[in-house]
Design a protein around this ligand. Structure first.
Ligand SMILES: [Zn+2]
Length: 241
């Protein structure tokens, strides 16, 4: 019962089954469903209705967990993407290779505290659903992410130079005779890329173009879920259901 960005392994979790059961009740009937864009609008507990797609919902539950909420499930049912009788049937969603990869990262997650694990889970989520890659100052990237083998630097030097500050760009020319102080940032980048003998080794200490390794992309959702199983975020379920 894969739908949207979610795979079967997520649906096996008791918390997800609870949400799916909730989704089928009359309280969760959509105000509207757009079959073309596969989106829906649901009444919320407050004044503002929730905007829901198969991968996203504006409700509190989804905002906190980044896992399918009852609205997402209901939308999938309304769109005919879920055979409601099939829910709960576990089937192996992963081949052996995926399982090995997952186990390796799970072992890494097990060494982390709750805070770091959740930081990592958020990165798993973002790089599954939002970013192909993300250009960042390295000091803004949590250590737990930098040392996780799921992620790597794309190595796109020209792109990474755009994230350097001007004095850092000028510093690249320190061993050349070029007069560069008057140049603009784009000019400095062009010149750096076309001048031979520039030592770019410091760039990787300052900037990273972060991406998830291709082989890990299919298991990012499962890893995200694993963290949430290990360290459930405190949610008042009576309030939500
Ligand atoms: Zn929702």
């Amino acid at each position: 019962m894969d739908f949207g960005i979610w795979d079967d392994s997520i649906q096996e979790h008791p918390e997800q089954k609870k949400r799916f059961a909730s989704a089928l009740t009359s309280k969760v009937i959509p105000i509207s469903v757009d079959k073309t864009s596969q989106t829906g609008v649901f009444n919320g507990s407050g004044k503002k209705p929730y905007n829901t797609s198969l991968s996203d919902c504006t409700c509190m539950d989804f905002t906190r967990r980044h896992l399918p909420c009852k609205h997402i499930y209901r939308l999938a049912v309304e769109l005919g993407l879920i055979d409601t009788s099939a829910f709960g049937v576990a089937k192996g969603a992963y081949g052996t290779d995926d399982r090995t990869l997952k186990d390796r990262i799970k072992a890494y997650i097990n060494t982390l505290g709750e805070g770091d694990a959740h930081i990592l889970a958020d990165y798993f989520y973002e790089f599954r659903n939002r970013y192909d890659h993300k250009l960042m100052r390295k000091d803004k990237v949590p250590g737990v992410v930098l040392s996780c083998e799921v992620f790597e630097d794309s190595g796109n030097l020209a792109l990474k130079l755009t994230k350097l500050k001007k004095p850092e760009l000028i510093e690249l020319f320190v061993d050349t005779d070029l007069k560069v102080k008057q140049l603009s940032k784009p000019e400095l980048i062009d010149l750096a890329m076309t001048t031979s003998g520039i030592d770019f080794s410091t760039v990787s200490d300052l900037v990273v173009d972060l991406q998830a390794k291709e082989m890990y992309k299919p298991v990012l959702n499962a890893l995200h879920l694993y963290v949430h199983k290990l360290y459930p975020r405190g949610i008042d379920y009576d309030f939500l259901f």
